[in-house]
Design a protein around this ligand. Structure first.
Ligand code: SAM
Length: 278
């Protein structure tokens, strides 16, 4: 599957940004629109038509949840460094307090592209300056030793929030286990992890079947077993972390007064978890 799978994952980062730009009041992300391009627009239109028309709102609320959660922790003096694993084209550095240090980790081709674009937008006063460190890494390789030393140099003993959203779906269970163990090595007591994932039951929904069909037609032949879902008990049993908050599209919709337009079978309901290191 190799290159074909890479292309699909790469495209998903653009698509996620387009969804966030769709309702800026809901996502609170007024910079996501910078990533707009014709090819993505076409993808998005087809995706909303063939997979689930609710996807714009699910992505806006995901951004809103993590943004508000991190903002509160920053305001309370609990987070000094945001480390974003599989950061794609998300724009948290520009939506958060300017004193935060950011570490953005993704495949080398994604971080190189993002770095160039951000540099251009900053030189043209479209984006404010921020303290951002980009690191190119593929989580399917042997990355830990070198990544740890880079992160330690940037972070020192500062408090951190690790974010992993829209990524675990594309990784194997072994890769996910490796990442959560790695987070424990990076972080200190009182630090946070925010994670987004789908539950197993989602695979029975029409929306998921649509998604699979769409990927099969547009990208590469895959089966439902190629996509990772994660149960609540996984987060509850992670060594050295406490699960302190759990939300999903439905709870966030009521929290942020979002009107749900489809029935359950047509919604890719994502779950959001907040963990705190013991
Ligand atoms: C759907 S995008 C989400 C991006 C971002 N987290 C967001 O929410 O806007 C998935 C991201 O995961 C990254 N990713 C997937 N598999 C990866 C891997 N094996 N190593 C590094 N990054 C990976 C992709 O490059 C892509 O940027």
């Amino acid at each position: 599957m190799g290159i074909e799978k890479n292309i699909s994952i790469h495209e998903t980062a653009f698509v996620t940004s387009a969804f966030r730009a769709f309702d800026e009041d809901l996502s609170q992300d007024n910079f996501a629109k910078l990533w707009e391009n014709n090819k993505t627009e076409q993808w998005v239109a087809e995706y909303l038509d063939h997979v689930s028309s609710e996807e714009t709102y699910t992505h806006c609320l995901r951004n809103r949840y993590f943004l508000n959660t991190i903002k509160k922790l920053v305001a309370g003096g609990e987070v000094e460094v945001l480390i974003n694993f599989g950061s794609g084209f998300s724009m948290y550095p520009f939506l958060l307090d300017e004193h935060i240090i950011h570490v953005e980790i993704d495949k080398p081709e994604i971080v190189d592209y993002k770095m160039d674009k951000i540099d251009y937008w900053q030189r043209n006063y479209i984006l404010p300056k921020r303290n951002i460190h980009f690191i190119g890494v593929d989580f399917s390789t042997n990355y830990k030793e070198s990544l740890l030393s880079k992160i330690n140099t940037i972070k020192g003993t500062k408090s951190s929030f690790i974010l992993i959203e829209g990524v675990l779906f594309f990784l194997s269970r072994t890769e996910a286990n490796g990442l959560f163990k790695f987070f424990d090595v990076i972080q200190n007591s009182g630090d946070y992890v925010g994670s987004a994932s789908f539950q197993d039951t989602l695979k029975n929904s029409l929306a998921f079947k649509n998604l699979l069909k769409f990927f099969n037609q547009k990208v590469a032949k895959t089966s439902k077993n190629d996509y990772q879902t994660i149960e609540d008990k996984y987060y509850k049993s992670l060594a050295n972390y406490n699960l302190i908050d759990h939300q999903d599209y439905y709870s966030l919709s009521s929290q942020y007064a979002n009107k749900i337009g489809n029935n359950r079978d047509l919604i890719l309901n994502e779950n959001f978890y907040l963990l705190r290191k013991l």
